[in-house]
Design a protein around this ligand. Structure first.
Ligand SMILES: [Ca+2]
Length: 140
């Protein structure tokens, strides 16, 4: 229980610090647009890293603030933890992703500059990420 409280406290501080910079883009596309940019990696703007609920930049997208900073996805509105299936890092920093397993943070994956990363269905890294760190780690 103590570890959970500590985690939440630290996460809340991080969320509060960065709330102003958060850009939760969770709007599902209502139209079946002919433009590929409406639902793929290409909708990620330059200079940011983007995180998607479906493979290949599909589904909902969360765009991380520039950083360096860590973001607890459970505190976004709407929350984005346990949802990431693909990433496109167009930002200026390497990104690091972590899963909280109930007692500790576990590293999931790094995303290099310019990299497009996909977690296929059945990949144990799919839909588990709880925290994204841009240009830093949870340990500084
Ligand atoms: Ca998780």
């Amino acid at each position: 229980m103590i570890s959970v409280i500590q985690r939440r406290t630290a996460a809340t501080l991080a969320a509060m610090t960065l709330a102003a910079g958060l850009a939760a883009v969770g709007a599902p596309s209502a139209s079946a647009s002919a433009s590929a940019s409406a639902s793929g990696f290409s909708r990620c703007p330059a200079n940011f890293s983007c995180y998607f609920s479906d493979p290949n930049g599909g589904g909902d997208m969360w765009r991380a603030p520039y950083g360096p900073a860590c973001f607890d996805l459970g505190y976004l509105n709407p929350a984005f933890h346990d949802r990431i299936s693909s990433v496109y890092n167009r930002g200026g920093h390497e990104a690091h992703m972590y899963n909280w397993n109930g007692s500790q943070w576990l590293w999931v994956a790094d995303v290099q500059l310019g990299e497009q990363l996909n977690f296929a269905a059945g990949d144990p890294r799919n839909d588990v990420v709880d925290t994204v760190c841009v240009g830093t780690t949870p340990w500084g």
